[in-house]
Structures are given as structure tokens and as C-alpha cells.
Design a protein around this ligand. Structure first.
Ligand code: SAH
Length: 339
């Protein structure tokens, strides 16, 4: 609930409106795990709330810490037993959390572990928020950046995503700046337009992964629905509406999308809109035969982009030793449980 909705509920229970201020603070600033913890509220009132409303508090089932870089990966259980994963990364500029937006995913990208078993269900706004709240409680450190790049396609859960962003950036809550939030999409064109019309200051990252329709269709089924031209038009609209530059994510797959010709085609797409390009060394999953692009070839690809004045970064691989890539930890856990 937004603050206003919460207030309405609390007043309808016959309580004073300022109880909503306290309750909201317990949830979104003090990060309480239950109504019981809200000790400045009367016991009576807390019990009434407990009987009327479900309180979201994710249960950490497994926490892995990378010996390489301190990255932590969390497997959380939802109230209905579904599992989701989130990642905590420490950077010089602050702590970043990567959250899931759905349990599973129905987009079917060929290289991604999140989608192998399809979609279980959408996450509720509270279940997205509590990944950040739970990690803040568990690490004892403030989160400054949030990326919606875990399991799921965030724009396939559009309304809940929007509500989540509004709550996360609310000045009465954790008050994370919109500029410190990145939402990554495989390219749902109608929702990209809808998001642009919201005029948020978040960063939109588009998982492009191939510079033309033929290659993209081999990697991502969604490319059969929307062409690269339609995607780039949506990106242009987003830029116009929000003034925010788009990031193009490009997972380099050895022998698939890493040639000089691919780089040239990518430049032609990125240059007109001044897109930032984020190269991701593909993280091979055992269910598929994709391999990483050689280091020298990766460097050559990056150089070619830079020579053409494209702003490009190679994503640092973090948590390679702890099932770091999308959906790997959740999948391992689900498989072990089945066995
Ligand atoms: N559904 C959204 C967000 C989740 S994935 C999207 O498609 O953008 C976050 C990013 O990681 C996407 O760019 C996705 O394509 C990429 N990704 C998924 N599995 C990967 C893997 N095994 N190796 C490299 N990148 C991967």
C-alpha cells in the first residue's frame, strides 16, 4: 500500500491517522519483520492488523558469499513456498542489490537459467521491496542502488513494478533516488512506451544481445514478436520523454554475436541515440552449450565501439563462484529439492 492507502485503511479501522505515519515508518524505515515488532503501537492494534492483513517478510533459505569479491547471493522463500534470488554487490560508489521481479520467467531467452522452467507467478510490490529490506537487515548496510535484473521480466509485471518503484523512492520510506534504479527488459515494446509516459528518472536497460533480427531471434524468442526497428523507436521515445539515455546490454557469446561485423551493426544502433553499451561476458549455464567470447576478442569488440565514440563498459563478473548468473541458485535449489 502507498502511504495514502495505508492511512485510509487505518482510519477505517477506527484509528487516528497518525498511526499510519508510525506504521509506515516501521515497515519502510525501521524495516520491521512483523506487526508484533511495531512496539510503539498498542498491542491491541497490532493484533487487529495481524488478523486483517498479510505481512510480507521473506525468509532467507540460503546465503552464499563469494570468496572472490564479497558478492552475496540470497535465496528467499516466499509465503507460498516459491523461491526467488537476489544479489548484493559492493562497489566503491555504494552497495547495489539486484532483485527478482517474478518467480521464474516466460520469456525463454536461450542462455538464461531463470526461464528454463517457465513462469510461476508475478511478485507483489511488497515481495520486490522486501528483497531490499531483508538484505539491508541481514548485511546491516544501506543499499544505494537497485537493479531489477534478477529472475523475471519486470515489464511483464508492469503495475506491480511501478508500485514497487514508487514505494522504494518514497521520501517517507527508504527514499532511494530514481536515478539509482535500473530496470532491465528483454524488450516488451508496448510496456516500454507505457514506462516512458510515466516520466520516471530511472535508467532503462534493454537486453539487445544481437545487432540484427536474424541473430536476435536465435537467442531470444521475444525477437519474433518485436523487431529491432520497433525496439529502437521505443528507445527513442523513452529518451525523448524522460531525457534518460538507454543502456543496451549485450551478452557476448563466443562465435555467435562477437564478430567485427556484429560490432559495426551494434554501433549503427547505439550511436544515433547515444546509448551506453554494457558488454556482458555470457555466463555459461550447464543446460546450454553457449561459451564465453575470448578475452582478446572481447577487448577488440570494445575497442571498436570506443573508436566510434560509443560509451561502453564491460560488466565486471561478480560472484562467478556462487551461481551468480540469473536464476542459477534458484534452479539448483529447486532441482535438489525435487531429487
Ligand atoms: N528480463 C530482463 C531482466 C533479467 S536478466 C531482461 O531480459 O533484461 C538481466 C540481464 O542478464 C539480461 O540482459 C539477460 O539477458 C542477461 N543474462 C541472463 N542470463 C545470462 C547469462 N547466462 N549470461 C549473461 N547474461 C545473462
Amino acid at each position: 500500500m502507498t502511504f495514502e492507502e495505508l492511512q485510509e485503511q487505518i482510519v477505517s479501522m477506527g484509528e487516528k491517522p497518525f498511526r499510519a505515519v508510525q506504521c509506515y515508518e516501521w515497515m519502510h524505515v525501521k524495516l520491521a519483520r512483523s506487526f508484533t515488532e511495531m512496539t510503539s503501537l498498542s498491542k491491541d492494534f497490532r493484533e487487529k492488523c495481524g488478523n486483517r492483513y498479510q505481512y510480507t517478510a521473506l525468509n532467507p533459505v540460503e546465503i552464499q558469499e563469494s570468496a572472490l569479491d564479497g558478492t552475496k547471493k540470497f535465496l528467499f522463500a516466499l509465503a507460498d513456498g516459491n523461491m526467488i534470488e537476489s544479489v548484493w554487490m559492493k562497489y566503491r560508489h555504494g552497495n547495489s542489490v539486484c532483485i527478482s521481479s517474478q518467480a521464474g520467467c516466460r520469456m525463454g531467452c536461450r542462455f538464461c537459467a531463470s526461464t528454463l522452467d517457465g513462469l510461476e507467478r508475478n511478485l507483489r510490490p511488497s515481495e520486490m521491496l522486501d528483497q531490499i529490506y531483508a538484505i539491508t537487515r541481514l548485511t546491516g548496510e544501506r543499499v544505494s542502488n537497485v537493479v531489477v535484473m534478477g529472475c523475471g521480466e519486470p515489464l511483464d509485471n508492469f503495475d506491480n513494478l511501478l508500485r514497487f518503484i514508487r514505494l522504494l523512492t518514497d521520501e517517507k520510506g527508504l527514499h532511494i533516488s530514481q536515478r539509482n534504479i535500473t530496470v532491465s527488459t528483454c524488450g516488451l515494446v508496448p510496456e516500454m512506451y507505457r514506462l516512458a509516459d510515466e516520466k520516471l528518472q530511472i535508467t532503462l536497460a534493454l537486453s539487445l544481445h544481437a545487432p540484427n533480427n536474424e541473430k536476435r531471434r536465435e537467442l531470444m524468442p521475444i525477437a519474433n514478436r518485436y523487431s529491432i526497428k520497433e525496439l529502437m523507436d521505443a528507445c527513442e521515445y523513452y529518451l525523448k520523454k524522460t531525457g534518460r539515455r538507454i543502456t543496451l546490454e549485450y551478452s557476448l557469446v563466443g562465435g555467435v554475436n562477437d564478430s567485427a561485423q556484429d560490432a559495426e551493426e551494434l554501433i549503427a544502433l547505439a550511436a544515433p541515440l547515444g546509448c551506453h553499451v554494457n558488454l556482458i561476458p555470457v555466463n555459461p549455464i550447464k543446460e546450454r552449450s553457449f561459451v564465453q567470447c575470448e578475452a582478446a576478442k572481447t577487448a577488440a569488440f570494445k575497442n571498436k565501439l570506443e573508436k566510434n565514440k560509443i560509451n561502453v563498459t564491460i560488466r565486471r563478473e561478480m560472484g562467478r563462484d556462487i551461481d551468480g548468473a540469473c536464476g542459477q541458485l534458484r534452479r539448483r535449489h529447486v532441482n535438489e529439492t525435487r531429487r
